[in-house]
Design a binder for this molecule. Structure first.
Ligand code: SAH
Ligand code: SF4
Length: 404
């Protein structure tokens, strides 16, 4: 979501006549789109700001702008703490360029990324006990269907072939709009856009995914058979303390339904290890759940206490950092084994790959099921949808050859 927002801000700047510089040292304006979901991310933002403060001493004409979740609701306090930052605006809001009129600029046409994100719903109403997002992004606000459709068409005209519909909880899309559209209906509309090849969306919330959405995924040909469905923990008690709003039993049923109705669907998840009070047994339940659920990929994070959240106020951060790291490593090992087995079976199969670019002499892109695929070819393949026969697998990527 942050990357998509950064692209949107970059496009906005380009529309106002800016061109991008490759280094902060060469720029007349530096805009930081910040993330503070974990303390480590917040530390990186502070480091960047300190670097820019230093840069501004030697180049006082440089303008610094700051947005994203680092920006708290108390703007006056932010300006007091970071006096060298020229413009500060809250996450999800747009800068007013009239304020930035004194920054030099040039004109350049805008090209969309091959895989482009579109925010469909901002904010979050859920208040999972560990999460800072609702405090920094506010309540859920859906964008009207027509505005999303228009942006989608513009992106496709600008060269996008895959669109990723974004929100902290895309399953609650539309509940706050007068006509009460939902995600399934939105997918149906986006599916009709000519020239668009693929649609993805994230993130889904296990408590809110509807049977209608599951049917839409199965039915609509451009919608990728792939989902990120964060479970966060494989222990019922911890899920309760996380205030996730579903039981493990509910999650299991949903997983079964998805796999029955959408054949070959790839499912990934998010896990937090070391939530306050997580015992070795409770962590063991998460490991066991991974064995049972057999996800295609798992994003694992060590619990990080965030100011304002319920978990921060109510529970001590009592799992030792070394123990958190050990649990994270165990998850990665178990998941590496599972993903290795899943991917091994893909050798010999042929996938359509949407080529995104080149890395270390190889073209790379993603299959419909979101597997990262590398292949070699002498000609430029970027932006193309090509059939690749898989010859080698690993837990994290596949390698193959383009077939005629
Ligand atoms: N709305 C999505 C994603 C939220 S943030 C959801 O409901 O899943 C992305 C991921 O960051 C989360 O899935 C969670 O695993 C992780 N995360 C959020 N807050 C965290 C915290 N305080 N400590 C560690 N990980 C956290
Ligand atoms: Fe955070 Fe929970 Fe909202 Fe996701 S659903 S953004 S984890 S509060």
């Amino acid at each position: 979501m942050n990357r998509a927002e950064s692209e949107r801000l970059a496009a906005l700047l380009e529309n106002h006549g800016f061109i991008s510089a490759s280094r902060a040292e060469d720029a007349s304006l530096v805009l930081i789109n910040s993330c503070v979901v974990r303390q480590s991310a917040e530390n990186r933002v502070v480091n960047q700001l300190m670097r820019l403060r230093h840069l501004k001493k030697s180049r006082p004409e440089i303008k610094i702008a700051l947005t994203g979740c680092f920006v708290s609701s108390n703007l006056a306090e932010m300006h007091r703490k970071y006096p060298f930052v020229d413009y500060i605006f809250p996450a999800g809001s747009e800068p007013t360029f009239e304020d930035m009129a004194d920054v030099s600029r040039y004109s350049l046409p805008k090209q969309a990324a091959i895989s482009s994100g579109i925010t469909i719903i901002q904010g979050c109403d859920n208040f999972c006990s560990y999460c800072i997002v609702p405090y920094r992004r506010g309540r859920e606000k859906s964008r009207p269907v027509a505005a999303i459709e228009e942006e989608a068409c513009n992106l496709v005209e600008g060269g996008a072939r895959e669109l990723i519909l974004l929100g902290q909880n895309v399953d609650s899309y539309g509940h706050d709009l007068a006509e009460k559209p939902d995600l399934a209906m939105l997918l149906e509309r986006i599916n009709k856009i000519e020239g668009l090849e693929r649609i993805r969306f994230l993130t889904n919330h296990p408590k809110d995914m509807s049977p209608g959405l599951v049917r839409a995924i199965a039915r609509l040909e451009k919608v990728c058979k792939q989902l990120n469905l964060p479970v966060q923990s494989g222990d019922g008690e911890i899920l309760k303390k996380m205030n996730r709003g579903y039981t493990l039993e509910h999650y299991r049923e949903l997983l079964g339904q998805l796999r029955r109705e959408v054949s070959g669907i790839a499912i990934t998840t998010d896990i937090i290890v070391g939530f306050p009070g997580e015992t070795p047994e409770q962590f063991g339940n998460t490991l066991q759940f991974l064995e049972e659920a057999r996800f295609d990929a798992v994003h694992v994070a060590m619990y990080s206490p965030r100011p304002e959240t319920l978990a921060f106020r109510k529970y001590a951060d009592d799992v030792d950092p070394a123990e958190k790291a050990r649990r994270r490593k165990l998850i990665e090992e178990v998941q590496g084994k599972i993903a290795g087995e899943i991917n091994c079976r893909l050798v010999g199969q042929t996938f359509e790959v949407l080529v995104e670019g080149r890395k270390k002499g190889k073209w790379y892109g993603r299959s419909q099921s979101d597997k990262l695929v590398f292949f070699e070819h002498p000609d430029d393949q970027s932006g193309r949808l090509v059939p690749v026969k898989i010859e080698h697998s690993s837990p994290w990527f596949l390698r193959g050859s383009l077939i005629k």
